[in-house]
Design a protein around this ligand. Structure first.
Ligand SMILES: Cc1cc2nc3c(=O)[nH]c(=O)nc-3n(C[C@H](O)[C@H](O)[C@H](O)COP(=O)(O)OP(=O)(O)OC[C@H]3O[C@@H](n4cnc5c(N)ncnc54)[C@H](O)[C@@H]3O)c2cc1C
Ligand code: FES
Length: 271
């Protein structure tokens, strides 16, 4: 059944700077907290910015059903996110959600491996929260430029995840790209049966994971971060290209409605 979406004016409960330029914003949105699933997102109207017409999409980072709150986690990269970072508790935010599909847990899953690059980590707190009482192995590969960009590490451990950190400058964890660490893990622990990858990050990282999963033969779901407008399938503004069975053929899905979570082997990633 399609999920019901709510249009809410939600009070901001808290905002914290987790790392340089990286924020966690908590809002009171009980209807969304009650019904959202890992992978879903909300579409946020940037307040007091009439020149920003389109809403900005953010994954649901975590929820607290008892308190009726949901959090988003974002990096301030442009006009919208820089306006959101200045919100204060008590301000109001116009949000639509929950939107999009969710991560899928195959019944054969024995190990859930989340793979995040930079702000791609946002959705995985909720995934780990959802899997907290699940008895399988939870593993998180998390890459960033430098040690000071990492967020929520203790929280991920408390949710039962085994952490594998990578930094490009070698200041924490393994030096190199997160995909290097993932590749050696998948190749050394060569029984990949029952492993499911959940992936979010910049396009070069997604391409590398796509290549690796095809070589190794392992299933992966990717959450894409396309530009969006309406967020629910009305404007056709967020196409994702998928390979069509005919040679050289293509087909289009909508990131907001058919996604944002897709099987990694079905989508064609842009250069
Ligand atoms: C389903 C979904 C979930 C998302 N979840 C999160 C999340 O949890 N946390 C988070 O930090 N971001 C997330 N994003 C990305 C987020 O929506 C953008 O960062 C945001 O819209 C930028 O708005 P802005 O006005 O600050 O930037 P703009 O002023 O619009 O753009 C500033 C710069 O950022 C680049 N940019 C804009 N949008 C994106 C994008 N989608 N991906 C990469 N670069 C972009 C632009 O090309 C430009 O260079 C998500 C995107 C989607 C589609
Ligand atoms: S954002 Fe409008 S159709 Fe996807």
């Amino acid at each position: 059944l399609p999920q019901r979406k709510f249009v809410l004016t939600s009070p901001v409960r808290a905002i914290e700077e987790l790392a340089r330029n990286t924020y966690r914003l908590s809002i009171y949105a009980p209807e969304i907290a009650r019904t959202c699933r890992p992978g879903n997102f909300i579409n946020v109207l940037v307040p007091h910015c009439e020149e920003i017409y389109w809403r900005r999409p953010f994954s649901i980072h975590q929820k607290n059903s008892q308190e009726g709150t949901i959090d988003i986690f974002f990096v301030a990269v442009g006009r919208g996110t820089n306006a959101l970072k200045d919100l204060q508790p008590g301000n109001f935010l116009d949000v639509i959600g929950p939107l999009g599909n969710r991560f899928d847990y195959p019944s054969t899953m024995k190990e859930a491996i989340a793979v995040a690059g930079g702000s791609g980590i946002a959705a995985f707190q909720f995934l780990l929260q959802d899997l907290k009482s699940w008895s399988g192995q939870k593993t998180l590969f998390y890459g960033s430029k430098s040690a000071q960009n990492f967020c929520c590490l203790e929280e991920f451990r408390e949710l039962g995840a085994e952490l594998h950190l990578s930094t490009e400058d070698g200041s924490k964890g393994e030096k190199g790209l997160v995909t290097d660490a993932l590749e050696s893990y998948l190749k050394t622990n060569d029984n990949n049966k029952g492993r499911e990858l959940f992936v979010c990050g910049p396009t070069p990282m997604l391409k590398k994971v796509q290549e690796m999963t095809q070589q190794i033969g392992i299933s992966a779901q990717v959450s894409v971060e396309n530009k969006m407008a309406c967020g629910f399938g009305a404007c056709m503004g967020c196409p994702v290209t998928i390979a069509h069975p005919q040679p050289g053929g293509k087909k289009y899905w909508l990131a907001c409605k058919d996604g944002p979570v897709f099987p990694i082997n079905e989508i064609l990633l842009d250069d």
